[in-house]
Design a protein around this ligand. Structure first.
Ligand code: UGA
Length: 457
């Protein structure tokens, strides 16, 4: 099958590589030639384990074509996935759909009427967006119909029929949301729990089922609004689970309970499950914060009581602020803090809505000297925070003389760090751990004051 992917961020480039790896021909459309050139040369532009290898393999095999030209890609493609960004609008939290609609216009302007094309938003889009995309494409097709009729290459009767049946012989929209996590994107795309396909067109459903055939997991075929809502409901429920866990963590710190074991015991009830309950400094990234905000905003505009979602977000702020308060209780203003981890989670250089970045920014503004180490995210943080904090490539040397070691991201290389060495070089043997990487008793035995999250000690 030949498909087109518009946008080469996390969702776009991972999907493109995986579908190419199954033997499909994949056009990737972007608007910056320099970036497309890098992709062509095997640089995925984002940090994602295993992605560069997959990109290089499939580009070499001629299965991935990078272009700025819609005509070239759409002429061949049975499916067009729109994978552009839908960032939150500052102030309202609503998803900004301008990129989605610009792409829809382009699709309408370049769709090849001589064959059927499925147009599907893979990015997370609010309920109703795919229907809006359909209207935009139809409008473009109507505007083009005279030209199409005048062109001998197009069969006039086909165009006339398409006009009379709302273009359903030429294209149909479908919602086919993505569920990959950053850092494990390829694994998640290859091993989905389920594939969601929402469309009013059986032809579109059949084509999408065919494309997803090599993937395991259940198929859920439904209508478009349900498919769109499934994505928001999934991310919002996962975020709710995290805020619930973090609220229990705040509670545990007050009463001397051990939040991780409490939550594990709670999760052993099959109806709840033990996954996605690790207490932390709050959820971040490009998805949970944005999607909770967007569902809150659209729910509100539909007259739905969204107080549950509002509380989820409120707790997510409380937890990173709780971490800042802990540091302030333990270290005098002006002290030196060595910080390990800035990315919103391990295995990514992504710092969008990263609680770690909020924490270091706040502490630096409050007068602490901050020196940071992160295996991947420092260049991105530098762009955002500049000289407000300092950056070090030396994981251990940067700790020397610090009043505390603060752990904010759960990178593997921190999990079995040389604790004896850390104890020797810290000015005070104080570790404030937002990710619970170490055993409380072991840290005590080594002589640390170990302040972790939702745990006594
Ligand atoms: C999330 C969803 O998990 C994916 O299913 C979805 O496809 C994606 O959003 C998206 O909408 O594109 P992602 O944001 O990449 O994926 O990362 P997660 O692994 O879910 O982590 C999100 C945040 O929650 C991170 O800050 C992480 O540190 C935090 N988290 C996660 C915890 O604090 N505790 C946990 O137990 C799990």
């Amino acid at each position: 099958m030949t498909i087109t992917i518009i946008g080469h961020g996390y969702v776009g480039i991972v999907a493109a590589c995986v579908f190419a790896d199954f033997g499909n021909t994949v056009y990737v459309i972007g608007h910056t030639p320099a970036k497309l050139e890098k992709l062509k040369n095997g640089d995925p532009l984002i940090y994602e384990p295993g992605l560069a290898e997959m990109l290089q393999k499939n580009t070499r095999a001629g299965r991935m074509i990078f272009t700025t030209e819609y005509d070239e890609a759409l002429k061949e493609s049975s499916i067009v996935f729109s994978c552009v960004g839908t960032p939150p609008t500052p102030g309202t939290g609503e998803a900004d759909l301008s990129q989605v609609y610009t792409v829809a216009k382009q699709i309408g302007a370049h769709l090849d009427p001589s064959h059927f094309t499925v147009v599907s938003c893979k990015s997370t889009v609010p309920v109703g967006t795919n229907y809006e995309v359909k209207k935009i494409i139809e409008k473009e097709l109507v505007a083009r119909s005279d030209v199409m009729l005048s062109q001998t290459k197009h069969d006039a009767s086909l165009v006339r029929q398409a006009q009379s049946d709302s273009w359903s012989h030429i294209f149909a929209v479908a919602s086919c949301p993505e569920f990959l996590r950053e850092g494990t994107g390829i694994h998640d795309t290859l091993n989905p729990d389920r594939t969601i396909i929402g469309s009013d067109s059986q032809k579109a459903i059949d084509i999408l089922l065919e494309l997803h055939k090599p993937l395991p997991g259940e198929r859920v075929v439904t209508n478009i609004p349900s498919a769109e809502l499934i994505k928001y409901a999934s991310n919002s429920l996962l975020a709710t689970k995290l805020s619930f866990a973090n609220m229990i963590s705040l509670f545990a710190e007050k009463v001397g309970a051990d939040a991780p074991s409490v939550l594990r015991a709670v999760g052993l009830d099959n109806r709840i499950g033990t996954k996605n309950l690790d207490v932390s400094i709050g959820y971040g990234g490009a998805c949970f914060p944005k999607d909770v905000q967007a569902l809150t905003a659209t729910g509100r505009s539909e007259g739905v009581d969204v107080s549950l979602l509002e509380a989820v977000e409120k707790v997510n702020v409380l937890v990173w602020k709780n971490y800042v308060a802990k540091v302030k209780r333990l270290v005098k203003v002006g002290g030196k803090l060595a910080v390990w981890g800035l990315a919103f989670k391990a295995n990514t250089d992504d710092i969008r809505f990263a609680p770690a970045v909020k924490i270091v920014e706040q502490l630096a503004k409050d007068g602490y000297q901050i020196v940071t180490y992160d295996p991947a995210a420092m260049p991105n943080v530098k762009k955002q925070l500049g000289d407000l904090i300092t950056y070090s490539e030396k994981q251990y040397e940067m700790i020397e003389g610090a009043d505390a070691l603060c752990i904010l991201t759960e990178w593997n290389e921190f999990k079995q760090a040389d604790l004896v060495k850390i104890k020797k070089i810290l000015k005070n043997p104080l570790v404030i751990d937002g990710r619970n990487l170490y055993e409380v008793q072991k840290m005590k035995d080594l002589g640390f004051t170990y302040i972790s999250t939702g745990r006594k000690g």
